[in-house]
Design a protein around this ligand. Structure first.
Ligand code: HEM
Length: 265
């Protein structure tokens, strides 16, 4: 015969239910919300991405110091430029014999939301340049260029040059009077550089004269070469931030290590 079971401890006894309680849910279930969260969970269960994303995205930074968000702000500006640029490219024609000007005019005056998207791209380019300089100033004043982050600083300098190249090559694309003459001035300034200057201006012009091939060259540099290079360099830049962590502000004091006694210090 089995021995009798021990009595249930009072803490584990089920609480008496209030009179009239049923098992039916008290609130109607919001299927849209439940469906959304479980779909993300469903995908994550199969792809196992959330751990890696948390590892990349969650960095410890000092409280209330917004300057640490400048790098991410530049990245956001770059993504916004990439997305709006894709929509502009759906309408733009890099044709120096009037097509570039006409497609830009059509895009601005007739295409649905064209002026808005073009405005976002145009203002976004200035925002990105300003943010890049602010981010560079922040990393400089916090001493983030020092060991072991020198390589990330060098990659940053390349990103700065690439960002400026985006602005320069994009300026020609509307192919109106202002962009045409301003770019001729810019290419000539490049040509005055020592040793590489003349080669650089030849490369930009795509020949000895400023003409139809120049526009194609600028367009391909602007929408293929440089965005690709920025994406690759940004990957390396972020990899180093993840590996090395962020730099503490120069005024922060290290916490004393409780394992080290005063005499040892
Ligand atoms: C397309 C341009 C750039 C993007 C999208 C970008 C993005 C970022 C991001 C997201 C971070 C991590 C968060 C932070 O500390 O702010 C970072 C860190 C850093 N960036 Fe940039 N960056 C760019 C250009 C530059 C430039 C021009 C420099 C300097 C020449 C630079 C130098 C650094 C350094 C040294 C760090 C490490 C900061 C630390 O240790 O606290 N970056 N960058």
């Amino acid at each position: 015969m089995k021995p009798p079971l021990p009595p249930v401890p009072p803490a584990l006894k089920p609480k008496p239910r209030p009179a009239g309680a049923t098992d039916a849910p008290t609130k109607p279930v919001d299927h849209a919300v439940e469906g959304g969260s479980s779909a993300v969970g469903w995908i994550d269960e199969r792809m196992q991405l959330s751990g890696g994303l948390r590892w990349v995205m969650f960095r410890k930074v000092p409280r209330h110091d917004w300057s640490y968000s400048l790098g991410s702000s530049v990245m956001f500006a770059f993504l916004s430029q990439a997305v709006t640029g894709v929509f502009l490219a759906m309408f733009y024609r890099p044709d120096a014999a009037g097509g570039a000007y006409e497609s830009t005019r059509y895009l601005t005056n007739e295409a649905f939301l064209g002026e808005f998207v073009r405005g976002m791209h145009k203002w976004g380019s200035s925002v990105m340049v300003i943010l890049v300089f602010l981010h560079m100033a922040q990393t400089f004043f916090y001493g983030a260029y020092k060991y072991p982050r020198e390589l990330n600083w060098v990659i940053g300098v390349v990103l700065l040059i690439l960002t400026m190249t985006m602005s320069f090559t994009g300026y020609l694309l509307p192919f109106d009077q202002r962009s045409y003459w301003a770019t001729i001035v810019g290419v000539n300034i490049n040509g005055t550089g020592p040793i590489v200057g003349p080669y650089l201006s030849d490369f930009l012009r795509a020949g000895p004269e400023f003409g139809a091939t120049t526009l194609s060259r600028f367009y391909s540099i602007h929408m293929l070469l440089v965005p690709g290079a920025i994406a690759a360099m940004l990957g390396a830049h972020l990899w180093l931030v993840v590996r090395l962590g962020t730099t503490a502000p120069p005024w922060s004091k290290p916490k004393p290590d409780p394992r080290v006694t005063r005499a040892e210090v």
